[in-house]
Design a protein around this ligand. Structure first.
Ligand code: SIN
Length: 479
């Protein structure tokens, strides 16, 4: 088994320190203890990483898809072989329960396997010509150097969801992992190295100064594509930085997911979906439910069952058996969640459960339910990113569609009903990129993940996920 706790960044196949020798601590959010330190890299290292990726691209782009797929399959096998070790590292630096971390490692690995297979299916076209003297064709080519800026909430899977299609297409990458969770990124890069992926194809820049590194990686003329997962505010900044050199940009940004339960729904199923879609990763995912809309006829039944299910969740260190809810990522996240709840209660929401820090530790927030929430409260419009359920009542379909869509976000939405006609009406009316219909977990490598409106652009995973890493070239051949 490889040692996967690494304390150096990776540029051009070399595991290096920051030029000025500065380090930044990586903290376990459950215990507050330092796990290790990683280099606090800046502008110069970011430029070196881009150059390394650019040089490596010259050879990598002309390898065959079969060759790249073979290396990626080896990488996939190594990730699966080290799944337990990676999951423990993930829980230690990010906090999510081990069972979720293990699930994330396998989910992350699935993108490498999937795109290794897709690499061999990047086809061009022969197009019927518009005149007898020409023949038309298209070919698809790798776009070039890719910057992958990844978040702390999925430190493995958000890397593979970007690096998988990039490598499959023939691109090379510079990864800037989330400041709180660089260790999984380094571990994944180590396994890629062991799989034989050539030097410079994957580079990792660790930093405590994301704006300095991000600015180089999103504006450097040799970078041709930026893929970012994170907040809408940072996504907008990245779009601006990438504009001057007209880079292709994929953004997977914030959400404000509604979860609608109609009066004809299977309530037990809805409760199960509600718990998983809300409290997974302590509510820290972009697709976590933000707003529950419950039909007034089933409101009491749903609330009674939902409250009992949430009460049964156990808080603790993710490495302990039976933990359902781990810590929030840092103190800033904790402060934000506490402030949102306090303000909502001041504005008239009813506290049903939780609403305070757990006795388990200062970064653990109790799973919380707020009822009687209305749209004029600030909490209805914020991405919560914490274990807080806000519950609204509704009476009719048209009204709930209008309220669900009344947000600048459009990533995921969920609804529960047994009426098939209603399924189609809702599916067409909801302005979201992903719908969970009688289902609270929607993520898989085989389906397209992405949002509309201010939740982003582009799709990750699925047969569409490789398109963002390819350019289409049109060949007009005169004969
Ligand atoms: C995210 O929160 O950004 C990703 C969630 C997922 O892939 O399920």
């Amino acid at each position: 088994m490889a040692d996967l706790v690494l304390s150096r960044g990776l540029i051009n196949g070399e595991w290096i320190e920051a030029i000025d020798g500065k380090y930044v601590d990586v903290i376990n959010p459950s215990t507050g203890q330092v796990i290790t330190s990683v280099p606090d890299m800046g502008e110069k290292e970011s430029e070196a990483a881009v150059m390394a990726a650019y040089n490596a691209f010259q050879d990598w782009r002309s390898t065959t898809a079969k060759y790249r797929a073979g290396l990626m399959k080896k990488w996939f096998d190594l990730i699966v072989e080290h799944a337990d070790q990676l999951a423990k590292l993930l829980t230690t630096e990010q906090g999510k329960p081990y069972k979720e971390a293990y699930g994330e490692v396998l989910y992350g690995a699935s993108f490498i396997e999937w795109f290794a297979e897709e690499a061999k299916r990047v086809y061009g076209d022969v197009i019927p010509a518009a005149n007898p003297h020409n023949r038309y064709m298209t070919m698809k080519q790798p776009i070039g150097v890719v910057t992958a800026i990844t978040p702390w909430n999925f430190p493995v899977a958000m890397i593979t969801r970007k690096v998988g299609p990039a490598l499959a297409a023939g691109c090379t990458v510079v990864i800037k992992p989330g400041e709180d969770t660089p260790l999984c990124a380094l571990a994944m890069a180590k396994l890629a190295e062991l799989a034989g992926i050539p030097n410079g194809v994957i580079n990792v820049v660790t930093t405590a100064r994301p704006s300095v590194v991000g600015n180089v990686l999103c504006s450097h003329p040799l970078v041709r594509k930026v893929s970012f997962t994170g907040s809408t505010a940072v996504g907008k900044l990245i779009l601006r930085q990438a504009a001057d050199t007209v880079k292709k940009v994929s953004l997977e940004l914030g959400g404000n997911a509604p979860f609608i339960v109609f009066d004809d729904a299977d309530i037990d199923k809805a409760v199960l979906g509600a718990v998983i879609s809300k409290y997974r990763n302590a509510g820290q995912t972009c697709v976590c439910t933000n707003r529950f809309y419950i039909h007034e006829k089933v409101y009491d039944e749903f609330m009674d069952k939902f409250t009992r299910a949430v009460q049964a969740l156990s808080i603790g260190d993710g490495l302990h058996d039976g933990t359902d809810i781990g810590p929030l990522i840092n103190q800033k996240a904790m402060d934000k969640v506490s402030a949102l709840v306090t303000t909502a209660i001041e504005q008239g929401a009813t506290l049903v459960l939780g609403g305070e820090c757990s006795e388990y530790g200062r970064q653990f927030y109790k799973p919380t339910i707020l009822a009687d929430v209305t749209e004029n409260m600030a909490i209805a419009h914020e991405e919560l990113f914490g274990p807080i359920a806000t519950v609204f009542r509704f009476r009719d379909e048209e009204d709930v569609i209008r309220r669900a869509n009344d947000t600048p976000y459009g990533l995921a939405a969920y609804f529960y009903t047994r009426d098939h006609a209603k399924v189609w009406r809702m599916s067409e009316a909801l302005e979201y990129g992903i719908l969970g219909i009688n289902e609270g977990i929607i993520s898989t490598e085989v389906a397209p993940f992405g949002g509309v409106k201010e939740s982003g652009s582009g799709r990750e995973g699925s047969k569409y996920g490789i398109d963002d890493y390819l350019e289409i070239k049109y060949l007009c051949h005169g004969i």
